[in-house]
Design a protein around this ligand. Sequence first.
Ligand code: CDP
Ligand code: CDP
Length: 227
Amino acid sequence: YQDRINIAIDGPAGAGKSTVARMVASRLQYIYVDTGAMYRAVTWFMLNQGIDAENHEKVLQHAQNMVIELKPHETGQMVLLNGEDVTPFIRLHQVSASVSKYARIEGLRTKLVHLQQQMATQKGVVMDGRDIGTTVLPDAELKIFMTASVKERALRRFNELRDESITLEQLEHDIAERDRLDAEREVSPLRCAEDAIVLDTTQMDINQVVEAILSYCETVLDGERKA
Ligand code: CDP
Ligand code: CDP
């Protein structure tokens, strides 16, 4: 039997995916892969180069030879783009506001999906994103689709940001708009895989969510041992 599995965690912004995925990975001593950080790194790069998201050809030209690396770090995960640490920039509001416009470009997704699949070949990976259970790791042994109400998700981000210049209403609007773009795009939209477990975390705290996933994981591993 195999003693390690892959865990796919998908869902909209602010559902708690990255916080929970990181904790689950640490408890299981698995590798955590934040795929959103990869799309964010590319977005930061394109914004810096002044490359418009509508100009798909130019985006792809620049993305072609781009090297993206994820490195584990004490405080989470480091993202290197062409060898340069871009971690401090990828959560900036301007990146959050534009990332979905770049993430819908098919050729760019193909490149990143391929990279993500390579990271998971050895199993023992917890990967979070939008299309992990459906497209990146359709064979993942455990798939979680994490949601929460838009209000709750905006509130979580608000408490996290503590940025006086952004109101709760603005955040709620931005998150709803990003949900819409992510769910409506043609290439691997945000969608719950048929075999995913849906977890509504609106009323759950982080530890409850982590324990729930660890318990699903135990069930899957038990099944693997018996098989
Ligand atoms: O952390 P947050 O939920 O705000 O977003 P994220 O996971 O960092 O992802 C940022 C954006 O990248 C998403 O809104 C999607 O547009 C895109 N993304 C994607 O298209 N596919 C993924 N597997 C992960 C992220
Ligand atoms: O990755 P995703 O965008 O899905 O969410 P996140 O960045 O992990 O979580 C957003 C914020 O909500 C973080 O500050 C978490 O600490 C918080 N959170 C929470 O308060 N309760 C939960 N059940 C999950 C996350």
